[in-house]
Ligand binder design. Sequence first.
Ligand code: NAD
Length: 286
Amino acid sequence: KGKRAFIAGVADDNGYGWAIARSLAAAGAEILVGTWVPALNIFESSLRRGKFDGSRILPDGSMMEIAKVYPLDAVFDNPAEVPEDIKTNKRYAGSTKWTVQEVADSVKEDFGSIDILVHSLANGPEVTKPLLETSRNGYLAAISASSYSYVSLLKHFLPILNPGGSSISLTYIASERIIPGYGGGMSSAKAALESDTRVLAFEAGRKRKIRVNTISAGPLRSRAAKAIGFIDMMIDYSSANAPLQKELSAEEVGNAAAFLASPLASAITGTVLYVDNGLNAMGVGV
Ligand code: NAD
């Protein structure tokens, strides 16, 4: 039977989430996405108006269908945690049931279960600040949106993840090597995400036979990456120094995610898989 995937963190066709959706769709999966509430209107209207039609075309010529788009804000676990200023915020008022618990409940109600859970989201309000200049609030916000959001998603979707299923997140090498410019506690958040990948692999594996892996991806000119401000430099650095001297395409990360989600990877869990043209293996730039 065909598999069903929920991909959290898709709001345009430039990021890793969209590419993962495409690769999973090309492999025959049914696609559900979770879109950040403030980005929902523009994403849905762009979809409707056909703005993404070109990038919906799959290798076999068919169009990727998104069975349903769910509004999601992964920094809130349930309605009781949503503060008044967010509830009454214009960008949130038009949507309902967007906390993690409510989205999991809605997916259960609409589809019963899923086989693949993808976390392709991150946010660090102070990402452009060095760690030494990062405030406590900025640091905690980065961890909340970029690390705990994954713990929460997996926790709430675990009961509807079919045994044998797979969960994937996206990380970055700044967790383990110094990448000046990746600030605001985002390097710390990715370190937490990678450590959690191991612990969650144990817990979700024992509890429901779910595999948990993270992809350490090379640089991509996504919306989030452009906000950091150094993405072009990182892409040039990789092209100059990586073992494979080509620009990384989002599709290459999408295909690795499809592999990890497939039975071909049935013994792979708790790993950090580098999809970065090999840059992680270099000791010096040459
Ligand atoms: P992107 O902008 O396509 O994706 C980030 C998404 O997160 C956006 O759709 C945004 O709306 C969403 N988001 C932010 N806060 C949210 C919240 N509270 N709740 C729900 N959604 C929220 O950018 P991307 O670069 O493709 O990022 C996807 C993942 O890939 C991230 O984890 C990122 O750290 C990781 N990554 C990116 C690169 C890169 O160079 N672009 C490299 C390595 C890893």
